[in-house]
Design a protein around this ligand. Structure first.
Ligand code: ADP
Ligand code: MG
Length: 254
């Protein structure tokens, strides 16, 4: 087994009386892809929001790359190797595709304010390297020709891909994808799943993939976790999990 890079232990959160997530556990290893599935409102996005420091869990603890996260902040988590995309696209609409990526890369630049302000060679060198890296990332999704266009001018499916590129720009080793295929047609979805497989291998990423439609994640997940009403209904080998009567019922009932 490879190294454990993301671990959640007994995480719970309440929203005024509602237990949105109750006793959630996870172990994700480097290079592994786990699918997090479940009906709408099951608590999937809330799990992401806890792991990325958007919400603070009312109970439980979690570890990113072996480090216990005490006071989660999104910024610190990105620096420790965790990146995510959102269920609803969050891009800088009026910025170019390239700028959207560069702004995400910035947290990794090592030039200081003085070097940046006076445009010392280190600044230019890093800017050029960053641009090259951004274009390389764009080309994975065949987006390089869109680099100078405003993000908002891209077709919807390409904006979703750009979100993933943006997440990759911070050089994460753990990637959390929240319904990346939402709103895509069948073909776009198939292409997307191939790209996710590709980046996973290329960067040896650990991926936690939220998807509403379980057929989609089935092909690429080593493991599935099924959430329902905030609780883990089943987890384990995908083919077994989807045959679990409790899971079948939750999906048919929903
Ligand atoms: P999923 O992503 O599985 O569709 P969510 O995690 O978005 O589900 O939501 C789980 C439950 O928590 C839902 O009942 C939702 O209404 C509730 N919820 C999520 N975020 C908040 C919030 N900030 N305040 C109150 N309730 C919330
Ligand atoms: Mg959600």
């Amino acid at each position: 087994m490879t190294e454990k890079v993301l671990e959640a232990k007994n995480i719970s959160i309440n929203f005024g009386g509602l237990k949105a997530v109750n006793d959630f556990n996870l172990e994700l290893h480097q290079g592994e892809l786990i699918g997090l599935i479940g009906p709408n409102g099951a608590g999937k996005s809330t799990v992401f929001n806890i792991l990325t420091g958007v919400y603070k869990a009312s109970d439980g603890e979690y570890f990113v790359n072996g480090k216990k996260i005490e006071n989660p902040s999104t910024y610190k988590l990105v620096r420790s190797g965790l990146a995510r995309t959102f269920q609803n696209i969050r891009l800088f609409n009026k910025m170019s595709v390239l700028e959207n990526i560069l702004s995400a890369e910035n947290s990794n630049m090592s030039y200081n304010v003085l070097q940046g302000t006076f445009r010392f060679p280190k600044f230019w060198k890093e800017e050029m390297d960053a641009t090259k890296r951004a274009l390389d990332l764009l080309s994975i999704f065949d987006l390089q020709d869109y680099a100078s266009l405003d993000a908002e001018s891209l077709p919807y499916g390409k904006q979703r891909q750009l979100e993933i590129v943006r997440a990759l720009a911070s050089k994460p080793n753990i990637l959390l994808l929240d319904e990346p295929a939402a709103g895509m047609n069948e073909n776009e979805t198939k292409e997307l799943m191939k790209s996710i497989e590709y980046i996973r291998k290329k960067f040896n990423l650990a991926i936690l993939l939220i998807e509403h439609d379980m057929d989609l994640v089935l092909g690429i997940s080593e493991k599935l976790i099924v959430l329902n009403h905030g609780e883990i209904l089943a987890s384990g080998e995908p083919k077994e999990v989807i045959r679990n009567p409790k899971v079948v019922e939750a999906y048919l009932g929903g």
